[in-house]
Write a protein that binds this ligand. Sequence first.
Ligand code: ZN
Length: 326
Amino acid sequence: MSDDSSAFGPWPSLAYVDSRLNRAAGRRGDPDFLAAAAAAPDTRVYVVGGDLIVLARRGEAFDPLFRSAEAMAFGPAVETVFLGFADKAARIGHGLTPATAAQLKTRPDLLVTDLRSIAVGGLISPALLPPLAAAKAVLAWHARHSHCANCGAPTKSSEAGWRRDCKSCGVFHFPRTDPCVIMLAIDGERCLLAHQARFAAGMWSCLAGFVEPGETLEEAVRRETFEEAGVKLGRVRYFASQPWPFPMSLMVGCHAEATTTELAIDRAEIADARWVSRAEAGLMLARQHPDKLFAPPPSAIAHHLIRAYVEEGAAVLENPAGAGAR
Ligand SMILES: [Zn+2]
């Protein structure tokens, strides 16, 4: 793995990872413990309303953490989740309705915006992002699972927000995390990048897709790349993973060796794909490409997959699996 003397400077932090939260999962079923944690004066609360996050303006800076009473004053919680402890102080997620959160946009003492803008813009300390990502993902799961998938009866939150129980049929429902592979296919000194219609003009990234039932990560990497670009892959090497709470995915980043190079692009899935030289990919990372093409920002795992390849070339395929994890 590259060191800080790289042409690109220090390795940037990947958003939503490196959580220092102690989740205290064993205490989630203890109501006395949870009540004490919620009432403690140093407890701080993340406020989420669907895709919107509420931040306090504190001078020039933004803060996603509120006192419990401040959070309650914004509006009653549709759901709450006990996230755990950071520096021995409890962290709680307070879920507003999206409409209630949107109403807070008029307040001059607050900034109400989406999580991507917060991460890409570096609006808050990186250490505060992982619990916020967890809160957003769990609260999004609650919002979509009000009824039992087994019998259709209403379900109720339990285990401090980490389970929903159906009193009618007795089934417990747990928060979902949907694995999604994101991969950089490599052909020696070229790598495969794609442009999607929903991307900003000029942005090129890795191919990605959801893992299907009954599939390994490696199989999903090979299938998605063949379906979207017509390229067959051999070796697949795990690099790193990233929680991706949009709404509740886990991105599994891999490098992979191309065994064919002819492109057959599925235009229903992606707008375009092309082989990009390692040097050109470096210009895209540095935002110095002559055609103004660029790679995703450092907050995204795609940036890290591309950077590792630009720095090390096809040798990234020889690295120990998980070389990107830090
Ligand atoms: Zn049920």
